[in-house]
Design a protein around this ligand. Structure first.
Ligand code: BTN
Length: 243
């Protein structure tokens, strides 16, 4: 397996997609010290300053059907949360589908992109951004109150390389588990880390906006929200927890 390292790039997900299109093998990873156009979900940017985080993309070529790909995002969130807990002792929570939070602030973002033809996955790129050694004051104004880092939480600088290897160990074991036994076990683990379930939420979907109580996730990883008009199933979109 190959590790591709950059000092600067636009986005490790973009680099990984190019490598995957050129035939890179499953398990190839791309890391960069900095990203000058890091991307988040829903066309947002992602703050990725030099040498202060883990900006990582992983190429997978699973044999399962494309509709299972969105669950890889939940699986990744569980793996990264576990790696952080093992390596630093900090227990974070997961906001559906895949943001990792600590005390109301975002610590990790995950962006999964897929290329599929017909009924087969060609490749999946899982992009993971972990805020590691960013001092609270270094976040841009608009992120000050909504983002945090492991250093800001623990007061200590964290060894990025070792955390990265712990993340890769957890990812590999989670991936092998879903290939062997399916998603059920890890979806159940996801529930134990969830900060969304049981909460009042606002959902901004693709063509509708509504509020309700987040009740559960189903076997596809979709969020089930109880509303005045019955249970809505949310597969994509922006879910905010109401204060
Ligand atoms: C989100 O918070 O909406 C997802 C953020 C994902 C950020 C990671 S950093 C590595 C990879 N490259 C990108 O451009 N984005 C992902």
């Amino acid at each position: 397996k190959e590790v591709v390292h950059f000092f600067d790039t636009d986005s490790t997900n973009n680099e990984a997609k190019k490598l995957a299109a050129d035939g890179a093998v499953e398990g190839t990873i791309v890391v960069s010290e900095a990203q000058n156009s890091g991307r988040g979900r829903l066309s947002r940017g992602f703050f990725s300053p030099a040498s202060k985080g883990i900006w990582l993309s992983v190429i997978l070529r699973p044999s399962f059907a494309p509709q299972h790909a969105s669950k890889c995002t939940l699986v990744t969130a569980v793996a990264v949360t576990k790696a952080i807990e093992k390596f630093t002792g900090i227990r974070c929570g997961i906001k559906w589908p895949n943001d990792i939070f600590y005390e109301g602030k975002k610590l990790v973002g995950i962006l999964t992109e897929m290329n599929a033809e017909m009924d087969a996955v060609n490749y999946i790129v899982i992009g993971i951004g972990i805020n590691v050694n960013i001092a609270q004051a270094e976040f841009p104004e608009e992120l000050q109150r909504i983002a945090t880092s492991l250093q800001a939480i623990s007061g200590n600088a964290i060894e990025r390389k070792e955390l990265l290897s712990q993340v890769l160990v957890e990812l590999e074991s989670a991936y092998l588990e879903i290939l062997k036994n399916g998603f059920l076990h890890i979806l159940n683990e996801w529930k134990t880390y969830s900060i969304t379930l049981g909460q009042a939420v606002n959902v901004i979907g693709i063509d509708q906006t509504f509020s309700g109580i987040a009740k559960d996730i189903d076997e596809d990883g979709a969020l089930l929200v109880e509303t005045e008009n019955g249970v809505e199933r949310v597969l994509a979109g922006d879910v905010s927890i109401r204060p």
